[in-house]
Ligand binder design. Structure first.
Ligand code: NAP
Length: 274
């Protein structure tokens, strides 16, 4: 039986890069999206094809759900349960930028509320739901294991990964709502890491830098120039594949004695230089 990964916002951009990397590892996938089914279906097909090309066989299913909505989060978990019967990896990737960038002296409450609902409340309570199910699966695995001490009995080694942003600490005064939402999101990992360690569930944050996706399409020229001017020590755009490779390393159990860890995948953007 393949491990099962649920990727929020797995249909496009960074989430698609993560889905493809996990497919190559041989993980079955639930690819969540909000409204754009025309992107989700081809991603699922591409994931199955990528696995096959590497000699693996996986199932990739799509599930529409708005993670800011409680009933949708419940439905997403129920879909995963009824389709695959297990969950090994939750990737909290879905997130949005403000519809318009506005100076913090003018930006609206409506935009702030939207970003907090999707970027913070959604992953926080989805992680709560997934954690309870993972704990139940751990207990089931423990009770069926005769000799191996927990955790990691019966090959069940669940994990949670959250995709935050360099905006968790870098101030952009024309999208303060996004920065505040990512700073709040960054507290999710230490909280759940501390709570879930006793159950053998490791929790990680990946902090991407500037990644080429639809989200950054509108500011491409600006970032082209900043990168050319030396904004990042590694002088190129990041790609969804860069993030996918980091998630695949976590999914492959590369960090069994690390939890609550932040992994910067940002071309060195976070380094202070003199
Ligand atoms: P993107 O290309 O705009 O894709 C966003 C994905 O999230 C899509 O699959 C979208 O589904 C889904 N989504 C949006 N709102 C949702 C909701 N309410 N419920 C469920 N799914 C929802 O974005 P991206 O650049 O890949 O960003 C992915 C994550 O990385 C975000 O959390 C973002 O903040 C973070 N990030 C991005 C960058 C960057 O430079 N791109 C840098 C740092 C961090 P639909 O297709 O249905 O709309």
């Amino acid at each position: 039986m393949n491990p099962v990964a649920l990727i929020t916002g797995g249909s496009r951009g960074i989430g698609r890069g993560i889905a493809l990397a996990l497919a190559q590892l041989g993980q079955d996938l639930v690819i969540n999206y909000a409204s754009n089914a025309t992107a989700a279906e081809p991603t699922a097909n591409d994931c199955a094809a990528a696995a096959t090309a590497g000699g693996k066989k996986i199932r990739a299913e799509v599930c529409q759900a708005d993670i800011s909505q409680s009933a949708d989060r419940q439905r997403l978990i129920e879909f995963t349960r009824s389709t695959f019967g297990r969950l090994d990896l939750l990737v909290n990737n879905a997130g949005v930028a403000p519809e318009t960038r506005a100076d913090i002296l003018e930006a609206s409450e409506a935009s702030f509320d939207r970003l907090i609902a999707i970027n913070v409340k959604g992953p926080y309570f989805l992680t709560q739901l997934a954690s309870k199910w993972m704990i139940a699966q751990c207990e089931e695995a423990d009770s069926t294991a005769s000799t191996n001490p927990p955790p990691h009995v019966s090959g069940y080694s669940p994990k949670i990964v959250t995709i935050s942003s360099v905006s968790a600490y870098a101030a952009s005064t024309n999208r303060g709502d996004y920065c505040v939402s990512k700073a709040a999101l960054s507290m999710l990992t230490p909280l759940f890491a501390a709570r879930l360690a006793e159950h053998g569930i490791n929790v990680y944050e990946i902090r991407p830098g500037i990644i080429a996706t639809d989200m950054t399409g509108a500011v491409k020229e600006k970032y082209d120039q900043l990168i050319a001017d030396g904004l990042t020590p590694i002088q190129r755009w990041g790609t969804p594949e860069d993030i996918g490779r980091a998630v695949a390393a976590i999914a492959s159990d590369a960090f069994p004695f690390s939890t609550g860890e932040v992994i910067n995948v940002d071309g060195g953007f976070h380094l202070r230089r003199l």
